[in-house]
Write a protein that binds this ligand. Sequence first.
Ligand code: PLP
Length: 439
Amino acid sequence: MTAHLPSALLKDDAPVKLIDPARHRLWPILETEEKQAVERVLSRGVLSGNFAPEALALQEEFSEYVGAKYALLTHSGTSALILALAAAGIGPGDEVIVPAYTFVATAQAVLSVGATPVFADVDPRTGLIDEQEVVRWLSPRTKAIMPVHVHGCPFDIDALKKLADARGLILLEDAAQAHGATYRGKPVGALAAGGGFSFQSSKNLGAGEGGIYVTGELERAELANQVRNFGHDLSLAEGRLNDLRRPLDGWRSLNSQRLGSMYRGNEMMAALARSLLKKLPARTRAAQENAARLSARLAKLPGVLPPHVPEDRTTVHHKYRVRIDRKAAGLEEFSATVVRDALLSALKATGFEATLWERAPQTHHKIFSEAKNLPESVLENYKARFPKTEELLDGSFLLFTQSCPLIAQDAETVDAYASAFERFWEHRRAIVLSAAKAG
Ligand SMILES: Cc1ncc(COP(=O)(O)O)c(C=O)c1O
């Protein structure tokens, strides 16, 4: 995507830098404490294990953070979701409704337990699953709904719980992006039958790769623990008998009971995550305050719609999506994608961190668009349009990127963004005209 800038944003043929790229802070931010945490593991020499000390401590600390009774460390957010699904008894022949707007891991987790994902359209203001669209795609095979707290903004848990209860379905939470977000005053993740968080590097708590499954029910935690250990007949209590001086030795022969795999986390990641978890509340608060100030200023610009957050929730702004109202912006004669692409490339050229992330409803993935041998209603779902997801994606972009996310920036940089964006916006028509002319 080349930027076609109007002359007002060019100086000696080079783009004017409205924001100095050098002022961005890269993510993840790793400090002395994180280095010490990893060193602690190396000195101890226990690198892995279900019941290894860092894993156990992280599980305790994270369950307290999200108000869950049980937390189980996994090697990725995807494996945490697999545990959530498997522990809820989801398997072959079952359908699970997930949003059309998410990262593919949500649907891949469903496929991994042998079940079938079915997609529902989202609210174009938030990207959160639309309850009516869930109802539209229910079938006799639907067993669960797994919406996503996308960008770190909670979905309407009470509404979906009510729907799930009325239809005898299980509600799960994809909380991969939402560490510390709250719904009606409570942290998300453990507000339904089970949830999964990701510790992949880009996340607000990014410890390399990793994840954690949380639930309030012992029976599900026990099942999940077996699934993350090759389906072995382990129990959570028994593992504590492990001899930490000889962590690699087994103490009895194990018997595989069910489909499982090796989904455990490792000690260096757990130690890193523990250190980052201590810093997460302050970082989240700062990101929320910065986002609030930025949003207040962007909202004053004609046609700029900062992230919409329903009043009963807090978001953690894992991603910061800006929507464009073309009519209010005076850009109505251009198509949504012409406007979006012209603005995005001009933003990048003038120094902003901006990107698209997902570009289309999840069904664009070949695994769905070319799927065969599935029930008619599922094939219909994979061929369907998701107009509200398209509306959202065609008419918006992300300010800040995974390498330089909002949470990594200081207040001065975020204020500089607001000022720079105000200047940028004065040139919006010239930017889009210039790009449209260039074709
Ligand atoms: C919404 C969503 N679900 C699931 C995942 C999977 O997490 P991981 O990459 O840790 O497997 C991610 C992130 O990658 C995500 O953004």
